[in-house]
Design a protein around this ligand. Sequence first.
Ligand code: FAD
Length: 288
Amino acid sequence: MTELRYEAPESLDGAVTLLSGGGGGKILAGGTDVLVQLHTEMIEPDVIVDIKNIPELKRLSEDGGAWTVGAAVSGMNIIDNDAFQTAWPGVCEGVALIGSIQVKGRASIGGNLCNASPAADSVPAIIAAGAIANIVGPGGSREEPVENIVTGPGQTSLAQGELIVSFSFPAKQANSGDCYLRLTPRTEMDIAIVGAGVNLTLDDDGTCIAARISIGAVAPTPLLVEDAANALIGTKVNDAALDAMVEAVRAACNPISDKRGTREYRIKTAGVIARRAALKALERAQAN
Ligand SMILES: Cc1cc2nc3c(=O)[nH]c(=O)nc-3n(C[C@H](O)[C@H](O)[C@H](O)COP(=O)(O)OP(=O)(O)OC[C@H]3O[C@@H](n4cnc5c(N)ncnc54)[C@H](O)[C@@H]3O)c2cc1C
């Protein structure tokens, strides 16, 4: 049996070199998924590449209202940042639901996304926010909308040697609000039966002029549901618009049945949770 190597590079180049070296390199950010997978022998990498010593991955900064969140910044550091919390309360709601305080003291949003669980809590919120993943790899740098990263359970579109450096969040528009809600069998420390992230912008008359709606745990990947957003755009987000949005959300669902909920239950509750998230996002947009 070969010995598992541990490396902690201090530069992006160093990480890319280690990850592109052939064989099985595994990125470790907070380790709250990776360490469990190693322990249960779900994964057997040759080398663990700890990315937390790379400055670009640990940066949380704002420039002209736009935020850059390093992919390895811990969940606690994200939700404890008052200015980020004010800008993106829905993203913080998604992050706050990841495990306990101890788990969030380690867990990152890069790890939550790249573990590629259909039920990852921060992911629908980040997709709804319109965040872009900044990626580096052997071929250089590239940008990808977050909704294009997860391709299936445990699968991402990242090529060998690539890692996510950070996420770019656009400057929040006036009269905008976001929200993430989930349904779980327990109040915490369990994964979502359904999650929904909604991000809305209103004009001065209260008409919805932009919307992004993303749902989790109801399909093999988190989904951006454009039909649901289109049901709200151009409306005052009244009951009729919300009914049409709920219908579009339910039409997009393709969930499994498991011990947490049947397929039918997930489809029905996806509409309920999306509606509640939309109403909260609306309330925040009206208050901004
Ligand atoms: C007790 C417990 C409760 C939990 N509860 C929840 C919950 O309620 N909701 C929820 O969503 N999750 C939950 N989780 C899962 C886990 O905590 C999250 O998925 C967490 O965000 C993972 O982040 P991490 O930094 O620990 O990732 P890691 O474990 O370090 O990595 C996860 C995966 O992402 C890859 N990766 C990490 N960073 C990058 C990067 N920058 N670029 C490319 N690939 C990368 C790793 O190689 C690995 O495949 C829970 C876990 C535990 C142990």
